[in-house]
Design a binder for this molecule. Structure first.
Ligand code: 3PG
Length: 224
């Protein structure tokens, strides 16, 4: 692999996600959206972001956001081990996957990039734990039982933290953030794909500001 910037360690990445509380999940079709999007995120101080690799432009958008020193950019929708390499090359500081694929997790561990694989059952949480991972993405959160399911996982398996994502929005994010096992919530609601496609920057800025406000009101929740 070509040289790439040094990766932060997992504890540092998880601390950044915890301090952000809300992690925008971006599905971007046009690389030209990267600059105004970065401005909107920086302005609202949403400093952690997951750029999904499910679009053709995803990797290039990731590279552009990863270049912004004020942002901690990770790669999402990482399905193949080669994508882990590509994401790290593009500057991803963490990797997120919709499910727990051992091959993807192993490649992340080999490269030393923090990884949050998707989990939706107790068995998957245990597999993440067996890899020694301190955190996983609870996905798709709402469709998989929401807060009650999360609470049940956390009660039985207390030594893993969660980033719930999937079906979360401005109205239900706080219920997740109130859970001690929750590191932060992910979601596309503050910059949804259709608004990005329409370049609706004013609306995206408003939604980002509202999400940041929510994050601010839940700040300090875990230490309370
Ligand atoms: C993801 O990839 O994490 C989800 O697509 C985000 O879910 P949401 O669009 O329901 O927020």
């Amino acid at each position: 692999m070509e040289s790439c910037p040094p990766l932060p360690d997992t504890a540092e990445v998880l601390a950044r996600i915890r301090s952000a509380s809300v992690v925008p999940v971006l599905v971007v079709d046009d690389v030209q959206a990267a600059a105004p999007l970065a401005e909107a995120l920086a302005e609202s101080r949403l400093h952690c972001v997951e750029v999904t690799l499910r679009t053709e432009a995803g990797l290039r958008v990731l590279r552009r956001l990863a270049d912004r020193p004020e942002l901690l950019a990770g790669a999402g929708t990482v399905l193949e081990p080669q994508q882990v390499d590509q994401a790290v090359q593009a500057g991803a500081r963490f990797v997120v996957s919709p499910g727990l694929d051992p091959v993807v997790v192993e490649r992340c561990l080999e490269l030393g990039v923090p990884v949050l694989p998707g989990v939706a059952t107790a068995g998957e949480v245990l597999r993440a734990r067996r890899f020694g991972l301190p955190a996983a993405k609870f996905f798709p959160a709402e469709q998989s039982g929401g807060v009650p399911a999360l609470r049940a996982f956390a009660s039985a398996i207390p030594d893993i933290a969660f980033m719930p994502t999937g079906g979360i929005g401005q109205d239900n994010a706080a219920a997740y953030l109130d859970e001690p096992s929750v590191l932060g919530v992910g979601g596309s609601w503050m910059a949804p794909r259709d608004l990005l496609a329409r370049r609706a920057w004013d609306r995206i800025r408003t939604l980002c500001a509202q999400a940041a406000q929510l994050a601010a009101t839940t700040a300090g929740r875990q230490s309370a």
